[in-house]
Design a protein around this ligand. Structure first.
Ligand code: HEC
Length: 148
């Protein structure tokens, strides 16, 4: 009993820097900004998916929105020391920008190729960094480093 009172008191005074260290050390957690990025990603991707050719205004606007989410993700994953997710985010950003360029130029072939590369990044990241909970929500999963 005494011990648990002590522990919760210790958690209350845990300084921000120490919490960052906990995040960097890995594990599973939530981040409200990240979840809103993912909801925006899914919405933009849903619009793109329905387009017969990935060209025109809808396509480049959604592609540009995705490019900026991926840009934010690069910094997010870098902070968490997840090099693989940084790489996937960089690939996704590049594909989103290629898609935007092709969509503006009305180049359906290049747009389709860029869209399929962009789409591949969703699964690549989710397989490793998305953990599904029993209630249907998701956590961000980062590797827990081995204890020395
Ligand atoms: C670099 C990693 C990464 C990439 C790329 C990525 N996701 Fe995610 N996604 C995650 C993680 C981690 C979660 C779980 C955390 C969360 O939901 O906040 C998630 C959660 C989601 C969710 C659930 C959101 C919720 O309600 O919590 C959806 C929908 C989603 N992603 C769609 C996509 C789509 C579509 C793409 C590709 C166009 C994509 N994601 C690309 C990492 C990624």
């Amino acid at each position: 009993m005494k011990k648990s009172v002590f522990l919760s008191a210790a958690l209350l005074v845990l300084p921000l820097a120490a919490q960052d260290d906990v995040i960097k050390a890995g594990g599973a957690n939530r981040d409200r900004d990240f979840t809103s990025w993912m909801k925006a990603t899914a919405a933009a991707n849903g619009v793109l998916q329905k387009l017969e050719t990935k060209t025109g205004k809808d396509a480049y606007e959604k592609a540009e929105a995705l490019g900026s989410v991926y840009e934010s993700m690069i910094g997010f994953w870098r902070q968490r020391g997840a090099a693989d997710a940084v790489k996937i985010s960089m690939q996704g950003k590049a594909a989103a920008l290629e898609l935007a360029t092709a969509a503006r130029a009305n180049d359906a072939t290049a747009a389709a190729a860029a869209y399929s590369r962009l789409g591949a990044t969703c699964k690549a990241c989710h397989d490793v960094h998305r953990m599904k909970m029993a209630d249907g929500t998701y956590l961000i999963q980062t590797a827990v480093p081995k204890l020395k």
